[in-house]
Design a protein around this ligand. Structure first.
Ligand SMILES: C[S@@+](CC[C@H](N)C(=O)[O-])C[C@H]1O[C@@H](n2cnc3c(N)ncnc32)[C@H](O)[C@@H]1O
Length: 250
């Protein structure tokens, strides 16, 4: 079992390492820039008051981490794909330096730190973070149950979990348009630009096998999260889940 998990992780990390250099361009182009609005919504919807420390799991090239950093939160980004992290580090440095130039009075933000690790084995002590975020990463986890337990362990009591994930629209007309785009056009363009023949076929498959809306809400509740809310974005193409960690874990 352990070997199988490690093998799956190596395959997933390899796939993201392979597409890292084209990831941002493909993301922004194929979503017509809407992905930026989804991440903005995530940051806006954070309900917890004045979070100090956040862990951005599956941070990839760092877009969610950077958005949180700009809010003055002390962020750590975590991912299993080193090449994605290298891009995140370069982008963070640029944004941080830009911020430094803009501020004449003392700097209030910390540059995001990045670590290579997996969501199901988080190298931090219990009760370390006020906020955990996951942007379009959780459907890739090979052991989601263990990852959710780990997240509850590192979250402080009353800490918040915010997850962005793709879903399938429920409106019939919108769903058929979406399916045509998501199952035909997107894998084709993704393959041509990234030169990875599997990564953009894997995307619709992984979305279709991931629990959606109230089904995922139930899974979060089963894992011990409370006050689970979800918000449908762009007609249900993406969903934002917000949950609380009400029980303290040692
Ligand atoms: C689609 S990208 C999302 C990146 C970024 N959060 C964003 O919003 O663009 C998914 C990321 O999940 C990472 N990932 C997959 N399995 C993981 C795991 N078990 N632990 C941590 N990161 C993982 C991948 O390496 C990849 O960078």
């Amino acid at each position: 079992m352990h070997n199988k998990v490690n093998k799956e992780r190596r395959v997933i990390a390899g796939m993201f390492n392979n597409i890292a250099s084209s990831y941002d361009f493909i993301n922004h182009t194929l979503s017509f820039g809407i992905d930026k609005i989804w991440r903005y919504r995530l940051v806006k919807k954070i309900a917890i008051n004045n979070p100090q420390k956040a862990l951005d799991i599956a941070c990839g090239t760092g877009d969610v981490s950077i958005a949180l950093m700009k809010k003055g939160i002390d962020v750590t980004g975590l991912d299993i794909a080193q090449e994605m992290l290298e891009i995140a580090k370069r982008k963070t440095e640029k944004k941080y330096n830009k911020y430094l130039k803009k501020t004449s009075k003392g700097l209030k933000i910390e540059p995001t730190k990045y670590i290579l690790a997996s969501a199901d084995s988080i190298p931090f002590p219990s009760n370390s973070f006020d906020l955990v975020t996951i942007g379009f990463g959780i459907r890739n986890f090979e052991n989601r149950e263990k990852a959710l337990l780990e997240i509850r362990r590192v979250l402080k009591q009353k800490g918040e979990l915010a997850i962005l994930e793709f879903a399938t629209p429920r409106n019939k007309v919108w769903k058929s348009l979406y399916n045509f785009y998501f199952l035909t056009i997107l894998p084709f363009i993704g393959k041509v630009i990234s030169k990875d023949k599997d990564a953009y076929n894997y995307l619709p498959t992984s979305v279709n096998t991931f629990p959606q809306y109230s089904e995922f809400k139930k899974e979060l509740e089963k894992s011990g999260f409370s006050d689970v809310k979800f918000y449908s974005l762009t007609g249900g193409v993406a969903v934002l889940y917000i949950a609380k960690n009400s029980i303290k874990m040692e």
